[in-house]
Design a protein around this ligand. Sequence first.
Ligand code: IMP
Length: 210
Amino acid sequence: MGKGVRSKNINQMNSMDKVVLTLATTNLGKFKEFDQFLSDFPLILKSQPQDFEVEETGSSFAENARIKSIAIANLMGTWALADDSGLCVEALSGAPGIYSSRYANNDVERIQRILNELESSSNRSAYFVSNICIAAPGNEILLQVDGRCEGRITHAPRGLEGFGYDPIFEVNGTGLTFAEMPKFQKNKLGHRGKAFSKLETSLRELLGNC
Ligand code: IMP
C-alpha cells in the first residue's frame, strides 16, 4: 500500500497550533500503542465516543481503515486515525483476517478457537497486518499505509502483556510472543509500529515539518 499526501488541510488547528487528531478505536490496547507512537507530535489526541460503532463493511483491511477514519473524522469534525488490523493464519487460508475481532465473543474464546482449529496442523505460520488511514472531515484521505509482522501460532498462550491474540503469536526470530515482550519491543517489531514508521515522515510534512 502506498502513501499519499493529498492536502495540508490544517483547519483543525487550535490556538496552540496543534492539530486535533481523534483515534478511531474503542480498543484500549490499540489506543495505548498509538498514544506512544504519537507522543512527540504536535497533536492533541482525542478518543472517539465509546458507544459509537462504525460498521466494518469493507472486504479488505485497507477498505475498513478508510471507512472507519472517514466516519470518525466526519463525526468529530477533526482529523481521525484508524487502524484496521488482524491475524492471518496460513493453515486457515488467512482466517481470521479482517474478521479477527469478530472470531468469537472475547479474547479468551478467540484464542481457543484458533488453537482448536490448528490442533492437528504442523503449519503454524501466521502474520499480523495493520492498515492505518488518516482522514480529514469531508471524506478526505490524508495518508494510508500498511505494515506486517511475521510469526507463528504457539501451542498454548504465553505471556501477560498486550491484548487480543498477543499470547499465541510468537514473532519470528525472537522466541517470544507479543505478550512476553516489553512494550518497546512490540512497538518496534509489531505490525502497527511498522506501518506507523512508514507514515511518520509524511505526517510530519502534513503538520508543517514539526
Ligand atoms: P479491528 O478493530 O477491526 O481492527 O480488529 C482488530 C482485531 O485484531 C483486534 O480486536 C484483535 O483481536 C486483533 N489484533 C489486532 N492487532 C493486534 C495485536 O497487536 N495484538 C493482538 N491482537 C491484535
